[in-house]
Design a protein around this ligand. Structure first.
Ligand code: BQF
Length: 297
């Protein structure tokens, strides 16, 4: 039976660390870090993610506002808003909740955010630094997974990590973090068009599942004793639940937990870590921006 990696508990540790950093920061006479959150459209899941993020921010002493617009908000209006937030010295971090409505080009929006305020780590400048192994904003989900491994005492050094999924937000940055000097995993990236996926995943000492399909990773695809990290958040119908559905990951949890050495649950695994790493990036933004202003004087 696998050890459970408790994302709620580890995220609470990270929040406590950020809370202490924020307290020291304000005690030194600085204003608290400030995060601007932009929510466009009426996707209930997005609204719920945003509420979770701003609740966590408040808990650790980070100030935030959520700027909410209906789905008719235009791309131009959004780009103008981002320009205003970029120019506002009181704003440390800018988070535009994804996905955006179809008439808005996400890439244009991501490029428009000042890289110094890119707390989601999606700007090409942030991704470039990550790939080059330089310090900067790291996308919260893969950064959260690295933190979970560290705090669980799991070292990727010399391990074969197999990442299933090649998104810009999870799969690609995850593979790059595992490849970093000092982390030293050997990394394979697989995706929906990989032939004979089970033969690949069975080679994984560390398996990261970021496919977006419920129960996709079955026990026969997992090496005995492997570390299994489940990034999926999928709704499956469940008449016994008040909302008529429940959340499951990309991993067939009940079967895989019998075979794996370590496993993350859904909910309560990677998701809470994603939220916690946003707080860390926001503290970093406040620190870096102050340093930059001091340096330019
Ligand atoms: C948990 C996201 C798909 C598309 C856009 C805690 C989150 C999720 C689950 C969360 C996600 C997924 C986020 C749990 C942020 C992760 O207890 O298991 C937190 O807030 N997430 C998002 O902002 O946009 C998404 C998934």
């Amino acid at each position: 039976m696998a050890h459970l990696i408790d994302g709620n508990a580890i995220a609470a540790q990270v929040r406590a660390d950020v809370q202490a950093e924020v307290a020291a920061w304000t005690a030194a006479g600085h204003r608290p870090p400030y995060l601007a959150v932009v929510l466009v459209g009426d996707d209930p899941a997005s609204a719920s993610y945003v509420r979770g993020k701003t609740r966590d921010a408040a808990e650790v002493g980070i100030l935030s506002d959520t700027l909410t617009y209906d789905a008719r908000f235009s791309e131009t209006e959004l780009l103008d808003l981002i320009a205003d937030l970029n120019a506002d010295d009181g704003v440390d971090g800018i988070l535009v909740q994804l996905p955006l409505p179809d008439h808005i080009d996400e890439q244009k929006v991501i490029y428009a955010i000042d890289p110094a305020k890119d707390v989601d780590g999606f700007h090409p400048a942030s991704i470039g630094k990550l790939v080059l192994g330089q310090p900067g904003f790291q996308p919260a989900t893969p950064a959260g997974i690295m933190e979970m491994l560290r705090r669980s005492g799991i070292s990727p050094r010399g391990q074969h990590a197999v990442v299933v999924g090649r998104s810009n937000i999870v799969g690609k940055p995850m593979a790059n973090l595992l490849l970093q000097k000092g982390v030293d995993a050997t990394v394979t990236v697989c995706h929906s068009r990989t032939p004979d996926l089970p033969s690949m995943t069975r080679q994984a000492d560390i398996l990261v599942a970021a496919i977006g399909r419920a129960h996709f990773i079955t026990a026969d695809m997992v090496k005995p004793g492997a570390v299994v990290i489940d990034v999926g958040i999928n709704r499956v119908e469940d008449a016994t639940r008040p909302r008529g559905y429940r959340l499951v990951g990309d991993v067939d949890f009940e079967a895989v937990r019998e075979k794996a050495g370590w496993i993350t649950p859904v909910p309560g695994g990677v998701g809470p870590m994603t939220r916690a790493m946003l707080l860390r990036n926001t503290m970093l933004a406040a620190r870096n921006r102050l340093e930059r202003r001091a340096g330019s004087r």
